[in-house]
Design a protein around this ligand. Structure first.
Ligand code: GLN
Length: 187
């Protein structure tokens, strides 16, 4: 089982470490040639969605990645990664991959509120301690989307088919349950 972790910008190292700990082979996706390798799952990490999207276009990876996601490659998007997947971004003129039928609000908790931790259930993972860093939230979900978690009345995790998205950083805090769920889908 091989997981590609987008590594053009942002917080990819912890994702790689956790997947390796859980027995998966990982590699960094940094340039178009990396996409020629065979892989069974994709992680889009946190960071800055606009910078990531721009780099994906500049490096010639954007269309290939979108096609892979559309063709059912299991993908986990966290924070900025969730913004990349979202079909609509309420406070931005343009979406990115636009493959997951959700609407997100970028920097939804305000730019001032840098980071915070909250504990809630994420699907079957009860009492997950979630770390938010300049996080988005989901304001609307489309048909066929399963809401996995709510915090403070807002949707913060959702899944549809091969795509799962978290507004927070499941790679921080030492709880590997959400990565275990993802790897089960991959392998
Ligand atoms: N605020 C970032 C964005 O809009 C996301 C923050 C994160 O990934 N931790 O892309």
């Amino acid at each position: 089982m091989r997981v590609g972790v987008l590594a053009v910008q942002g917080a990819f190292i912890e994702h790689m470490r956790i997947c390796q700990e859980l027995g998966a082979e990982t590699f960094e996706i940094r340039c178009a040639e990396d996409l020629e390798k065979k892989f069974d799952g994709l992680i889009l990490p946190g960071g800055e969605s606009t910078a990531q999207s721009l780099l994906l276009h500049q490096l010639g990876m954007f269309d290939t990645l979108r096609t892979l996601i559309e063709n059912d490659l299991p993908v986990m998007g966290t924070c900025a990664g969730m913004i990349l997947l979202a079909q609509h971004i309420e406070n931005e003129p343009q979406a990115h991959f636009s493959t997951l039928p959700i609407t997100v609000v970028r920097n939804g908790y305000g730019r001032q509120l840098g980071s915070f931790t909250a504990t809630f259930d994420v699907g079957e993972a009860l009492n997950f301690k979630a770390r938010f860093i300049r996080a988005p939230y989901i304001s609307q979900v489309g048909e066929g989307v399963r809401v996995l978690a709510r915090f403070d009345g807002r949707i913060v995790a959702a899944q549809s088919g091969n795509q799962v998205a978290y507004a927070f950083h499941p790679e921080l805090g030492g709880d590997t349950r959400l990565h275990e769920n993802f790897l089960r889908k991959v392998g």
